[in-house]
Design a protein around this ligand. Structure first.
Ligand code: TXA
Ligand code: MG
Length: 343
């Protein structure tokens, strides 16, 4: 009983943002809201491609430059014709081999695709994510979903619903939880020029895997003067704590006395160390390391170190993609202009 003579003040409890309800996520997307979705690579910030306002909201929430285009996520190869035209035969070969999966392909866009998605370019990036929850969601919504990774522009990508909540809890109503991302680093991005496959972003599908299906591919070197692909900003995927790369983090750390250092290493060496260490794979497996990479970076970044030292990976297979992410995470300055960001 309330001994005072008025009704107690009821503070409304904010409903939980993280949900496993595909129906709820589909409802919010259908009414033009942005919803965080799981994929096998990283979590995405999704909007229905036919809701122009929702597309704009993605850029606002992420604080992403408007000239950096979004990837369109579809549920089946047949849906490609909703967004792309003049699809090369090699793209079908790759699609049949890697979709659903972590391969994004760049096509000529269909005129009806919003310029907000493509940043006024005449191309569109497309993939089928390999995640049952998101595939069902796309079918329920009845439209493709445009989604960049669900992190503020330039920061570490999220591989769990919790990571997304930590970034955006006041900006999103719905984060659809599909468990930890199985692959852990972003999709590989390819395009096609004169029948040749060009790799613009290294990712979860390695160069070796692509070449086993379509023969020699051309990898764009982003350090050259070539116009570079989006996603190829020199500084990206970065923790707030300064980070450097080293072939031997333990040795590098021992030369830096007086600093509070956290280590990010590929394999457990067995040697006991004076430093807090995140080990990415117990048995030296690139896929396992990729899966753990961002979660370990998020953790290290929250622990208040002065400096993080990441171990350089062997430069083969997915190890190459991991080195690419680590190198960008270590870069000091954001180094881009609207002119060098596109293919
Ligand atoms: O694994 C992934 O690709 C994740 C999940 C959510 O699918 N998405 C992702 O999105 O990494 P985002 O926006 O963080 O990176 C996609 C990259 C961007 O750098 C963007 O510039 C590039 O793809 N991109 C999108 N459309 C493009 C286009 N038409 N031409 C060239 N690059 C494009
Ligand atoms: Mg991203």
């Amino acid at each position: 009983m309330n001994h005072l003579n008025f009704a107690p003040i009821v503070i409304p409890r904010k409903t939980k943002v993280i949900t496993t309800s595909i129906k709820k996520a589909a409802f919010y997307l259908s009414k033009g809201e942005v919803v965080a979705i799981p994929t096998e690579t990283v979590y995405g910030l999704a909007a229905n491609i036919y809701h122009e306002n929702a597309l704009h909201k993605i850029f606002e929430i992420k604080e992403r430059p408007f000239y950096n285009p979004l990837i369109v996520h579809i549920d089946a190869i047949e849906s490609l014709s909703k967004v792309a035209i003049n699809i090369p035969e090699k793209a079908y070969v790759l699609a049949r081999h890697f979709w659903p999966g972590p391969l994004t392909m760049i096509f000529e866009k269909k005129a009806s695709v919003s310029n907000v998605i493509t940043a006024n370019k005449n191309t569109v990036a497309v993939r089928i994510p390999n995640h049952p929850v998101t595939l069902e969601l796309i079918r329920k919504v009845g439209a493709p979903l445009a989604a960049p990774s669900a992190n503020p522009f330039g920061s570490i990508s999220p591989t769990s619903a919790k990571h997304v909540e930590n970034y955006f809890k006041n900006k999103l109503d719905v984060i659809l939880d599909g468990g930890p991302a199985a692959k852990g680093i972003e999709s590989t991005i390819v395009g096609f020029k004169k029948g040749q496959v060009i790799v613009y972003r290294l990712g979860s599908v390695s160069i070796e895997m692509l070449e086993s299906v379509v023969g020699k591919v051309k990898v764009i070197k982003h350090s050259t003067k070539d116009p570079i692909a989006p996603g190829m900003l020199q500084k990206h995927y970065a923790p707030k704590t300064p980070m450097i790369m080293s072939k031997n983090p333990l040795r590098t750390a021992s030369n830096l006395l007086g600093k509070n250092i956290g280590l990010l290493v590929f394999i457990q060496t067995g040697a006991t160390s004076d430093y807090y260490t995140e080990v990415l794979s117990c048995n030296g497996d690139f896929e396992e390391a990729a899966k753990n990479l961002y979660a370990s970076m998020h953790k290290l970044d929250s622990m208040g170190f002065d400096l993080l030292i990441a171990q350089e990976f062997p430069n083969a297979g997915v190890g190459k993609s991991i080195n690419d992410r680590l190198a960008r995470a270590c870069k000091k300055d954001t180094n881009f202009t609207p002119n060098n960001i596109f293919i």
